[in-house]
Write a protein that binds this ligand. Structure first.
Ligand SMILES: Cc1cc2nc3c(=O)[nH]c(=O)nc-3n(C[C@H](O)[C@H](O)[C@H](O)COP(=O)(O)OP(=O)(O)OC[C@H]3O[C@@H](n4cnc5c(N)ncnc54)[C@H](O)[C@@H]3O)c2cc1C
Length: 496
């Protein structure tokens, strides 16, 4: 392929798959020279244990949606399947690239290391890489002084009103770029077509449908139902995958909600929602400053903490076959739909780490793979909080029977996801091991045959367990001279 001499810029899309409130795209338009929009599926990241087909499907659907929005002017994102260094090397050899615009990525260490190499590559090749702040997450800060103020300041700034000129589409170069030697495998291409009806589909249009539905109607039950495994599916916003993959920016969510909040009478529900929207950035900010949370306990003391790590129990947990109905219902719902509410996520982690005595690292990728809204910055920090390895948060052990009684009182959630025990009355549904032989015959449920015998004894365990876990953790801390030692920051992504 010939080298084209036309001066071009690039916009590199990552977790920012939208066409509005998009600063890199706006800056590319402002720069006034034609630009290509690129997205790279990186094989090494696809092979990483946190990447699932459902994530790729959401990305494909989102990219397809962007392309539809640009159809009238003929802009198409150019998709690549290759390592970014090789892809950008090819692009720079065949096109006269001046600037690359992208958002900063507060990703796992692997993407951070990649970015360091890429920055070097761009510098050596005379390409200016301009990275912009993603949501309210600030790069290069050492502490949280004035972070709140900065966050509110950023949220109050006007949304970027993107507009697109056909004259900035390098028609010939776009066609040439499509002939690149990094073709997308058919297995990924077909994902945009195929979607499970149980799983949320990606794209800006979908995101706004969910958001509008929440703000006009669904929000009213937000606080009352937030912990209920069944009702929260409707009363929570369900915006998390759209935010995680950037179909919506946090600022769009914040400003739109603020406007609506003035008009509704249940202002508190939307305030509670906005608090959590801010948590999004709060957690990503933590990870931005320390991405080792993916694999190292936040409090170093817990590195020494031994767990029994039964493979059999781990597998039962992963497949939703523990014999504890609420645990199994949650895992199965998560596997099939990609979403469960906050309390139920916490309960699954608590059960894995506290009840089953399994190291959090053995379950952390399994849940990342299931979450359609997988966001490293929230996932690893929340996982460690629930596993109790931060040393600074209150240790919470969730009792699956008590939680079922309180939050799935009519048993609808368990009956939906654990149909093998649906015939049981509620008192037995939440703890089928209490069935007598005659009840087993009556309800046609036989533990060990139709539904697993519980893999651990729960009764009376919760209080003892909390005491035991505290004792173990205290001794782990004592090994570090009684101090709570938070892992040091290992990187500081200073502005280049
Ligand atoms: C172990 C564990 C892992 C988690 N992993 C993820 C993850 O990978 N991605 C993710 O988006 N959320 C994660 N969460 C947080 C939370 O459970 C989800 O954000 C929430 O359930 C998403 O549903 P929603 O969009 O209806 O939330 P809503 O309650 O409607 O909240 C609106 C938005 O606020 C943010 N938010 C809500 N709760 C939290 C929270 N506790 N912490 C940080 N941000 C929050 C999300 O962006 C969410 O979309 C995790 C929680 C736990 C306990």
């Amino acid at each position: 392929m010939q080298v084209t001499k036309e001066a071009l810029n690039l916009v590199w899309l990552k977790r920012d798959l939208r066409t509005q409130d998009h600063l890199p795209l706006a800056e590319a338009e402002k720069a006034g020279i034609p630009y290509l929009v690129v997205f790279v599926f990186e094989p090494s990241l696809l092979a990483y244990p946190d990447c699932a087909e459902r994530h790729l499907r959401f990305q494909m659907q989102s990219l397809h949606d962007m392309q539809n929005k640009w159809e009238a002017i003929g802009r198409k994102p150019v998709l690549f399947y290759g390592e970014v260094l090789a892809v950008f090397d090819w692009i720079c050899k065949h096109f006269n690239i001046k600037q690359v615009f992208s958002y900063q990525e507060s990703g796992i260490e692997k993407t951070f290391q990649r970015d360091l190499l890429l920055a070097k590559f761009f510098k050596e090749n005379g390409v200016l890489w301009r990275e912009f702040q993603r949501n309210g997450v600030v790069r290069g800060i050492q502490n949280r002084q004035q972070w709140d103020q900065k966050w509110h300041g950023y949220m109050a700034e006007p949304l970027v009103q993107n507009s697109y000129q056909a004259s900035l589409i390098p028609v010939e170069s776009q066609q040439l770029a499509y002939k690149h030697p990094f073709p997308i495998p058919e297995s990924i291409l077909k994902l945009k077509e195929h979607s499970s009806a149980l799983m949320q589909a990606g794209g800006e249009d979908m995101a706004w449908q969910y958001f509008n539905g929440f703000l006009t109607e669904r929000y009213s039950g937000y606080q009352t139902h937030i912990s209920k495994p069944m009702l929260s599916r409707k009363s929570c916003s369900r915006l998390s995958p759209f935010i995680a993959w950037g179909n919506l920016s946090i600022r769009q969510v914040y400003q739109t909600t603020k406007k609506i909040q003035l008009q509704v009478h249940n202002k508190r529900a939307l305030q509670a929602f906005l608090t959590r929207v801010k948590w999004h950035d709060h957690f990503v900010q933590k990870f931005e400053q320390c991405c080792t949370y993916e694999y190292k306990p936040i409090n170093k003391a817990f590195e020494a903490l031994a767990a029994s790590n039964s493979q059999e129990k781990l597998l039962a947990w992963k497949h939703g076959n523990t014999g504890i109905p609420l645990v199994d219902a949650n895992m199965r719902a998560l596997i099939h739909t990609g979403w469960i509410n906050f309390r139920m996520r916490a309960l699954l982690v608590s059960f894995l780490t506290h009840h089953l005595d399994i190291d959090w690292r053995l379950g952390v990728y399994h849940m990342a793979l299931q979450f359609l809204d997988y966001e490293p910055g929230i996932h690893y920090t929340q996982f460690q909080m629930q596993a109790g390895t931060t040393g600074v948060n209150i240790l919470r052990v969730y009792n699956p029977v008590k939680n079922a009684m309180e939050h799935d009182a009519d048993g609808a959630f368990i009956r939906k996801w654990v149909p093998e025990i649906a015939t049981l009355p509620n008192n037995l549904l939440f703890q089928p091991w209490q069935m007598t032989a005659i009840e087993s015959t009556m309800y046609q449920v036989e533990l060990g045959k139709t539904y697993p015998i519980p893999i651990i004894q729960l009764q009376g365990k919760n209080k003892d367990m909390v005491t035991k876990i505290y004792a173990i953790k205290k001794s782990a801390e004592a090994q570090n001279e009684g101090k709570i030692i938070v892992s040091k920051l290992v990187r500081n992504r200073k502005k280049k």
